[in-house]
Design a binder for this molecule. Structure first.
Ligand SMILES: [Zn+2]
Length: 444
């Protein structure tokens, strides 16, 4: 047996080759070997026998709004990373907006890194932001280690993060393509949004009509055209409209370098079940109909959608009013994402291997994190230990994020996270956390 300080043994270890009984050997925070279940332990190695609990690679969530500093009454690195750890997530990449300052210059990145440094219970990286007036900052941000750049094609919801017009998108994307960077895009077309009926008020059907599918479809088509012209790498954030799937599949078949994510709320909640006035369900683009959801699941199965990320975007409870037009748009799903997706995935006949591919392997690849996202020798010893058959009912009081508003309250979910491990150290078990051990990551 190879060198090991620690051996985790389980009858169900999810590896890239499938789920099997195995021992996972760890030394210096790294996986050194995946061995047979009955392998002899090396002298001095500590055994952690997990029985039949499943050992997964820690999840990598590339879409989280931590909002720290500046809107820390909404969320912060301490609370967000605890929620993530409790949910089996070991790496998150923070979005460049809703914090003050936004991550749009190297100086601002340094401010954010300084704030996060001692509060991170898991590993934390940063996306930069592409604004109309910061093209000169993109290259320096790339060199400083951001994982890519986020842009909006319609208003973002905060004044300090204006969206790009199509002409501005062309300029920013050309700059980013110049160093083969990645542009990640909130794709809703502002003209289609402006032309949609805007009734306001508490009715979910009115809100849904105000954010139509063709706003997404049009913006994605335009993004594909720009990516194709520039041979640029682009990523569609939080896809909700299934009508855009054929466009994306066709573009990829033509060689356009495009990837796509969707979110737990689009996969597990439906427009038909959102109560009027319940703005804890509000996000943009919106949660759509059950038939749309079926097609998103099909696209995950087919590989047209690459990955699943939370888009955890909380606010204080007072901003979640019963008027869908003015309530803050954002769903807080960090701690529940694995269980929520697993609950629906198993009902639809998918395995935990699929969930791991969507929420860990592919997201690590999106961020270029070659040392995350799989249980195999050479990768970081980041794990979630899951009891997939156990159920729990979501109690907002048990959540770790700052404002315990959740669209999942009262739901019964499958999959209890028993413990989470970062570089070979157990960082949370049964609601007990160690001191923060997360590191700040830069693009490898
Ligand atoms: Zn977001």
């Amino acid at each position: 047996m190879s060198d090991a300080e620690l051996v985790l043994r389980s009858t169900r270890v999810v590896t890239p080759e499938g789920t099997r009984a195995a021992c996972v050997a760890v030394a210096g925070g790294t996986i050194t070997a995946v061995l047979p279940h009955d392998a002899d332990l090396p002298a001095g190695a500590r055994l952690e026998d997990l029985g039949d609990d499943v050992l997964l690679p820690g999840l990598v969530d590339t879409h989280v709004h931590v909002n720290d500093p500046g809107r820390t009454e909404w969320e912060g690195f301490w609370t967000a990373t605890r929620a993530a750890a409790a949910g089996g997530i070991t790496t998150l990449v923070d979005m460049p907006l809703n914090s003050l300052p936004p991550t749009t210059t190297v100086d601002n990145l340094r401010v954010k890194q300084d704030v996060a440094r001692d509060k991170a219970h898991i590993d934390v990286g940063f996306w930069g932001g592409a604004l109309p007036d910061n093209v000169k900052d993109l290259r320096p941000l790339h060199d400083a280690g951001v994982f890519g750049f986020k842009a909006f094609l319609s208003p973002s919801g905060v004044d300090e993060f204006p969206h790009l017009t199509q002409d501005q998108l062309a300029v920013s994307l050309a700059e980013i393509a110049g160093f083969d960077g990645l542009l990640i895009v909130h794709a809703e077309d502002p003209h289609h949004l402006a032309a949609a009926p805007q009734h306001g008020g508490p009715k979910y059907t009115d809100f849904l009509a105000s954010r139509p599918r063709d706003a997404e479809d049009t913006a994605i088509a335009a993004l594909i055209a720009q990516a194709k012209r520039l041979n640029a790498r682009v990523h569609v954030l939080h896809l909700s409209s299934s009508d855009a799937l054929p466009l994306i599949a066709e573009a990829r078949a033509e060689g356009v370098r495009i990837t796509v994510e969707t979110c737990p709320h689009y996969l597990t909640l439906t427009a038909e079940e959102v109560p009027d006035g319940a703005s804890e369900f509000k996000c943009c683009p919106p949660i759509r109909e059950a038939a749309n959801q079926d097609l998103l699941w099909q696209a995950l199965a087919d590989g047209v959608i690459d990955c699943v990320v939370t888009d955890h975007s909380p606010s204080t409870a007072d901003l979640k009013t019963d008027d869908f037009a003015t309530a803050w748009g954002g769903i807080s799903g960090l701690q529940l994402s694995l269980s929520a997706v697993w609950t629906e995935a198993r009902r639809r006949g998918h395995g935990l291997e699929d969930v791991v591919r969507w929420m860990s392997g592919r997201t690590a690849a999106l961020a270029g994190l070659g040392n995350k996202g799989a249980i195999e020798a050479g990768r970081d010893a980041d794990f979630a230990v899951l009891a997939p058959e156990e159920t729990f009912t979501v109690d907002p009081a048990a959540l770790q994020h700052r404002n315990r508003v959740t669209a999942y309250a009262g739901r019964t979910l499958h999959g209890v996270v028993k413990s989470t491990w970062l570089r070979g150290e157990r960082i949370v078990a049964d609601g007990e956390f160690t001191a923060p051990k997360g590191r700040l990551l830069t693009r490898p």
